[in-house]
Design a protein around this ligand. Sequence first.
Ligand SMILES: Nc1ncnc2c1ncn2[C@@H]1O[C@H](COP(=O)(O)OP(=O)(O)OP(=O)(O)O)[C@@H](O)[C@H]1O
Length: 513
Amino acid sequence: MAGDDRKGRGTDTSEHGQGLSGQSFPADRVVQPALSGQTEQPQEPEWDPGPEEELEMILNSVYDDIVITDGRGVVLRASRSCQRVYGRSPEELVGQSVAELERQGIFRPSITLRVLATGTRETVIQTTADGSKKLVTATPVFDSQGRIVRVVSYSRDVTELIELKEHLAELQQQMGRVTRELEHRRSLDTEVDGLVVESGAMKRLVRQMAQLAKHDVTVLLRGESGVGKGVFARYLHQHSPRAEGPFIEINSGALPESLAESELFGYEQGTFTGALKSGKIGLIELAHGGTLFLDEVGDLPLPLQVKLLKVIQEKTFYRVGGRAPVHSDFRLIAATNRDLEALVRAGAFREDLFYRLNTVPLTIPPLRERREDIPGLAGYFLERYNAKYHARKRIDPGALRQLVDYPWPGNVRELENLIERLVLLVEGEVIQPTDLPFGDAAGNGHRMDDNLSDPPSPGLGALPLPDLVAAYERHLLDEARRRCRSTTEMASLLGVSQPTVVRKLRRYFGSTG
Ligand SMILES: Nc1ncnc2c1ncn2[C@@H]1O[C@H](COP(=O)(O)OP(=O)(O)OP(=O)(O)O)[C@@H](O)[C@H]1O
């Protein structure tokens, strides 16, 4: 049919009243709307293009590119859009066989040939001469004897879609990589950088922590400096339902008093001049959805204690210079190495805040009370610092025995620092007893760190002088108690008699232990 009919006809169609020949429609062929009440106007004849012209019009008005062949694969019709897609006008395509067009690289591959071979509907992605991608579907049309008499193929430009798909696949791959890396890092965080726990006391504590982690209860971690309160605070966070949220650590002791309030609560734009002009989100607000860890809570200045208590109770606060209340949903973990009860008695710590924080107190024992942990910790730090400094140090069994015997006043932190130093400084591969700074192979010797930890600092005027002196004396005794193994040793360290030491220990700690 039609192939020849179409020749020379032109099939350009547009929405602007263009006819099939590309000319304007003659006036007598334009359908006028029937206006009511204008019956005297003569009726225009309806536009009747005839089946052939109508088919052409439909062919050229659909969005898809359409090619129709006969049962031998010779093109009978093609939509005008083929010019743009295949670089051939319908006039050039009509009459040509698809096998020839495939050979010329115009249909690559020819789907019509496939349909002629399989007798079923086929879909392929074609790459056209200009490199764009087409999704082409072709359907066979059968006569009454079941022979293929036509193949109708239509295609859509899917270049963008394919590019998007490829981009999506690439992104998915990247996301998979990032997710795996994150999971890996997270597992490192909880396993490698996690806790070394070997003693019965610590294992019991970890079981309690795992249980507590699930609930939003306030936990107060107590224990000497360096026992691992910070590590356990992170453990609680990582094992809580808030693990995906932020973990915000505030070292109350390190906050300069003048900045503390704005650090904690943030401030509104315009509150301060200069660099601080643009406003700032405070740490409490940053902890929203996660955990707020208040380290060294015993060092919090009294005015801030009042404000903090209010935030803990109401979970709402005002930024410095702000009028609108800010809400922050956080789980609170606090830690201290101070004797909070004594600070309360001395008036340096608010009693109401103490009770609020002390909901679930957990005490992490000093390292000297859980010596079974020492070999594991030493091995763990050795591995960490060997890796960091590309070393291969080992610990001699005699040196390990000394590490286990040493009283570790600075607890795990002191052990960690020592191992790092040994990895860096010991010359051979084996760390010997003589390499240890606190004694010879017999275990006698000097203490490695003669610096006192910071004394309590309620501040001048916070307490009457005798109470301040008592607080300082108590601190010195506590320090001596940690460094020495007997009251006699303490007496010689402090330069007083042994009975004096015993009396003072009873006075300040209720026992000589
Ligand atoms: N059980 C443990 N397993 C592995 N590392 C530990 C363990 N306990 C403590 N550490 C390590 O010891 C060091 C001191 O721990 P951390 O800072 O948590 O102590 P702290 O009690 O919070 O001290 P401070 O009261 O001075 O803040 C850290 O480097 C920590 O990683």
